[in-house]
Design a protein around this ligand. Structure first.
Ligand code: ADP
Ligand code: ADP
Length: 234
């Protein structure tokens, strides 16, 4: 069974009496444990698509199922619950909470969505911080660590609830080339270790090449899909 299954999905934003057709009828499937990027110029629909897969904003037409669940028929509360259980987010600006320590930032989703006993929760946070190479930085505040380290923490936070899918909107946009590569490698390592599917957007050609499946968006349409074996199907 595929993890994400999109059929003829569309997204039209209504701004006053103007309709903006951001996504114009696209189909794709994503298998479990995939490493996928959506690429395309600014305005091509990458964020819109990630927001739909992330159950933040439903399609206006078509069908979108994630882990076999049709997300287009969920109400806001069901979508929020589903998101908390199954989906992690990594953002280009890291989105760490400045008044919380590194440890507390990673712990936060567990406190919000899952009622874990304290000891188990602490162990889980520590194992994730270890996995991203930040095991000895838990007591620091976001302002005390580098951009690359912040993004490592963000990856740990996205994975802490055992999400099946991690969505990353331009996760390397605010990182230098070398640090960007390290974050991509880290995400791939996490995919190998936990079987998490990573779906990220980027317009950086170097970052794009590291994905195993590349979907190219242009003007709300899907141009092509490239698999890591070099094959394409339009
Ligand atoms: P990308 O992430 O590739 O830059 P977006 O998904 O942000 O593309 O945008 C796709 C199109 O949808 C653009 O024309 C953008 O202006 C429009 N758009 C995005 N979000 C909104 C919104 N909330 N309201 C109206 N139009 C939007
Ligand atoms: P942009 O596409 O403009 O760069 P962001 O990447 O900051 O925007 O956010 C993408 C979407 O995710 C937005 O709709 C935002 O409201 C939502 N969002 C931001 N932070 C969180 C969060 N911590 N949890 C869930 N959704 C979030």
């Amino acid at each position: 069974m595929s993890l994400v299954n999109a059929t003829c999905i569309e997204k039209t934003y209504q701004v006053g009496d103007i309709s903006v057709r951001a996504i114009r009828g696209i189909d794709f499937t994503i298998d479990p444990a995939s490493f996928v990027s959506f690429v395309g110029p600014s305005g091509s629909g990458k964020s819109t698509l990630l927001n739909m897969i992330g159950c933040l904003d439903p399609p206006t037409a078509g069908s979108l199922t994630i882990i076999g669940q049709d997300i287009t028929i969920m109400d806001r509360k069901q979508a929020a619950h589903f998101r908390g259980e199954h989906i992690g987010f990594v953002f280009q600006d890291f989105n760490l909470i400045p008044v919380l320590t590194v440890f507390e930032n990673v712990e936060y989703p567990l406190l919000m969505v899952q009622n874990w006993p304290t000891k188990k929760r602490k162990a889980r946070v520590n194992s994730l911080l270890e996995a991203v190479g930040m095991g000895d930085q838990g007591n620091k505040y976001p302002r005390q660590i580098s951009g690359g380290q912040k993004q490592r923490v963000a990856v740990a936070r996205a994975l802490v609830t055992n999400a099946k899918v991690v969505l990353a909107d331009e996760p390397t946009a605010n990182l230098d080339g070398e640090t960007a590569n390290r974050i991509i490698s880290l995400m791939k390592k996490m995919r190998d270790e936990f079987g998490t599917t990573f779906i990220f957007s980027t317009h950086d050609p170097k970052v794009m090449q590291s994905a195993e499946i590349i979907f190219t968006l242009e003007d709300g349409k899907l141009l092509k899909r490239r698999n890591d074996n070099g094959g394409t199907n339009d």
